[in-house]
Design a protein around this ligand. Sequence first.
Ligand SMILES: NC(=O)c1ccc[n+]([C@@H]2O[C@H](COP(=O)([O-])OP(=O)(O)OC[C@H]3O[C@@H](n4cnc5c(N)ncnc54)[C@H](OP(=O)(O)O)[C@@H]3O)[C@@H](O)[C@H]2O)c1
Length: 328
Amino acid sequence: MLAITQDEFGGPELLHLTEVEDPVAGEGEVLIAVTASAVNRADLLQREGHYPPPPGASPILGMECSGTISAVGSGITGWQIGDRVCALLAGGGYAEQVAVPAPQVLPLPDGVDLADAAGLPEVACTVWSNLIMRAGLGAGQTLLVHGGASGIGTMAIQVGKAIGATVVVTASRDSSLERCRELGADVGINYSTQDFVEALKDATDGRGADVILDVVGAKYLQRNISTLALDGSLVIIGMQGGAKAELDLGALMARRGAVISTALRSRAVSGPGSKGEIVDAVRDHLWPLVATGAVRPVIDVVLPLSQAGQAHQRMADGGHFGKILLAT
Ligand SMILES: NC(=O)c1ccc[n+]([C@@H]2O[C@H](COP(=O)([O-])OP(=O)(O)OC[C@H]3O[C@@H](n4cnc5c(N)ncnc54)[C@H](OP(=O)(O)O)[C@@H]3O)[C@@H](O)[C@H]2O)c1
């Protein structure tokens, strides 16, 4: 099959389409003929050599895909050759075929184009597991989403609105904030020209956010905590602003706050806290919202797989809105 490979770590120009060995569906796995894959920010780090795939995972980039099941390994029940699916991957998505453990496979949601579904698994699983399963976001609460224009942000806005929360987002461009509002966000804060702490306090009559979904990390830790409502939760899923910061426990305690951080890729396939558990929850609770149209994949652009390098450059440059897809 053809897949994107690189001979050394470095820039996006190193990614090229090469002939590699076909993967085989092992025990408990299905083989997917890939229709599309999607770019995640972590792929850029992996390409540079800063984010190795978990042990046993394919060295090929790509943490999600959509496509058609083309073979099933031993012990598989519930999936058939020809089923249209999307899947959360530990790696291997930038390819024509990928083998994936069955617990990480989701049916194509009703009403979603097969290629567009490639942009759903990673953001659906990350957002649902963090906002709902961990932070317990509920109707009437205020959610602050940093990076509202990102793949993660565009899903978080829709999930927040679908469950009845007030959604506040940050982004660096007014044009991105406008698109976030069109997607349902109630308040947009331009983080390059406004202080998000003050802007959020203004928007909530000083109350703050019940849940903050943060992709910045260290640089925002203190300000995020000062923005929490009483009993609020700060959920950190990214470290674009660094990994190490001092935590003011007094400020956290005064808000009876919780700081949560999670990672999806390194979770086990099945068992408590696993990818399989999250995939099941997404299928049971989020897929019905997708079927009604309350939550949709937000696609920035679809590029051919051969242009994976250009896709990475587009993400690195910023200014994209939603998911960047790679079609086989
Ligand atoms: N822990 C996990 O399991 C997990 C899973 C998936 C993703 N993630 C993380 O989630 C983040 C988003 O991933 P993605 O693939 O959706 O990437 P993406 O589309 O490239 O999004 C990156 C976003 O970060 C925003 N951003 C950068 N600096 C910011 C700042 N100082 N304040 C507010 N927003 C800022 C950008 O906003 P502007 O473009 O408006 O500047 C952009 O929207 C990444 O950090 C990724 O590592 C974590």
